[in-house]
Design a protein around this ligand. Structure first.
Ligand code: IPD
Ligand code: CA
Ligand code: CA
Ligand code: CA
Length: 281
């Protein structure tokens, strides 16, 4: 029974409780915040709400698990170098929470109602819990390693498309765009004639949750960070999908260029990116 899976395990319960409380607080701040700063570039925004949400998450997790390590986006200096340095500092911790307090800050700032809270827990480097919460639609996506992934108690299953031509896929432009703009454009150019259509809705974590829920056939993005992907990767895997880097290597915490699909379209998706020169920076 689903309650046993998503309610009784304390790690998962804390992840769920933390993501929903924080998400509801973020939602209450929509259109009602007054600080806006740029981080790495003019594409990279941060508000008091991102920071407040991260503070809230840290507090809630540490109330229950004071010794656990937390890697959160707003605790790390902007840019890809600082992100990989921060990850290598904590990646050997026994319990590591990987947190994106607000995934979709640009949407939040513009009042485009599509953003999420993403919380994952890794045990000895392997993700065992992944929760993505979308407060706008009040949708809570939950995965536990080996136990499946659920949307409001209903088991999720990736979609069944076998061909790119039947597929709805998604991508995004990362904040450190200078490094990836060309590769992203190449990928879009190569894939757009082959697929049914492409979406760029502005939250990597939700794009991954949508792959898990079968609403998207696949998602790729170049230049993400661990906190954008960790929870969503487990959601996709536990829904029967496949997650690799854009070169086809297995998913791990270091992956920044991610490809997540329903499985059947994975190889042709990856081949297209590869042929277009859209996988490497
Ligand atoms: C961003 C979102 C966006 C993606 C960017 C991310 P943030 O995260 O996931 O969809 O295209 O690459 O940086 O900064 O809003 O948490
Ligand atoms: Ca950000
Ligand atoms: Ca993010
Ligand atoms: Ca964020």
């Amino acid at each position: 029974n689903n309650d046993a899976i998503i309610g009784s395990k304390s790690f998962t319960a804390v992840a769920i409780n933390t993501a929903s409380k924080t998400g509801q607080w973020i939602q209450s701040k929509l259109g009602d915040f007054n600080s806006l700063h740029t981080k790495f570039s003019s594409h990279d925004l941060v508000t008091e709400v991102d920071k407040g949400a991260e503070k809230m998450i840290r507090k809630l997790i540490h109330t229950h698990f004071p010794t656990h390590a937390i890697l959160g986006e707003e605790g790390v200096a902007p840019g890809p170098k600082a992100a990989s340095a921060a990850l290598s500092q904590v990646r050997d911790e026994e319990y590591l929470w990987i947190v994106d307090p607000l995934d979709g800050t640009t949407n939040f700032v513009h009042g485009f109602p599509f953003f999420s809270v993403s919380i994952a827990l890794a045990y000895q480097g392997e993700i065992i819990v992944g929760v993505v919460y979308n407060p706008v639609h009040d949708e809570l996506f939950v995965a536990e390693k080996g136990k499946g992934a659920y949307l409001h108690g209903k088991r999720m299953q990736v979609s069944a498309e076998e061909k790119l031509s039947d597929s709805l896929i998604a991508t995004g432009f990362p904040a450190d765009r200078e490094f990836a703009l060309v590769e992203n454009m190449k990928g879009i150019q190569a894939l757009s004639p082959q697929v049914r259509n492409i979406r760029m809705a502005g939250s990597a974590a939700l794009h991954l949750a949508y792959v898990a829920a079968g609403r998207l056939s696949g998602f790729w993005e170049i230049g993400l960070n661990a906190w954008d992907i960790a929870a969503g990767a487990l959601l996709v895997q536990e829904s029967g999908g496949k997650v690799t880097d854009t070169a086809g290597n297995p998913y791990g915490l270091d992956v920044r260029h991610v490809l997540a699909t329903n499985g059947p379209i994975h190889q042709s998706f990856q081949d297209s990116l590869e042929q277009a020169g859209a996988t490497a920076l």
